[in-house]
Design a protein around this ligand. Structure first.
Ligand code: SF4
Length: 134
């Protein structure tokens, strides 16, 4: 519930909270970003099937039934490797992954959910390029 005087947010205000809280998993559509060198392989890691992960959509821990390639987080634990705190921006903004493009945190407050439908797709990229089913 909103308090008196509060306004609904309708766009990104570059608070940085999303990039500081975690890093994105890559989708099939992101494979070319790696292949073309915009996202460096050394800045990725893989979560293997059967590992415990945090489900951000449902806010709980669960055992994943799929492999997920993610951008690594900073060693000091301050979010995504590509977030530049000095300028409060993404160092690869033009080439950021689908998950980052899809996130609309303000919808969490105005409509009761925080992700656009494409965020809920379960087709993660976890193999060589080009992906086998593309
Ligand atoms: S890739 Fe860029 S937009 Fe996405 S979480 Fe990292 S810093 Fe933020």
């Amino acid at each position: 519930m909103m308090k008196d005087g509060e306004k609904l947010q309708s766009h990104c205000i570059r608070c940085g909270e999303c990039c500081l809280s975690s890093s994105p998993g890559l989708q099939m559509a992101d494979a070319s970003l790696v292949y073309d060198g915009f996202i460096e392989k050394r800045n990725l890691y893989t979560i293997r099937t059967g590992e415990v992960v945090r489900d951000n959509i449902h806010g709980e821990l669960k055992v994943t039934d799929k492999e997920i390639i993610k951008i690594r987080e900073k060693e000091n634990g301050r979010g995504c490797f590509y977030y530049d705190e000095r300028v409060k921006g993404c160092a690869i903004y033009e080439y950021r992954p689908v998950q980052c493009r899809a996130l609309a945190c303000w919808l969490l407050f105005s409509h009761g959910f925080g992700f656009r439908p494409c965020m809920k797709q379960s087709v993660f990229w976890a193999g060589p390029y080009p992906p086998a089913n593309q």
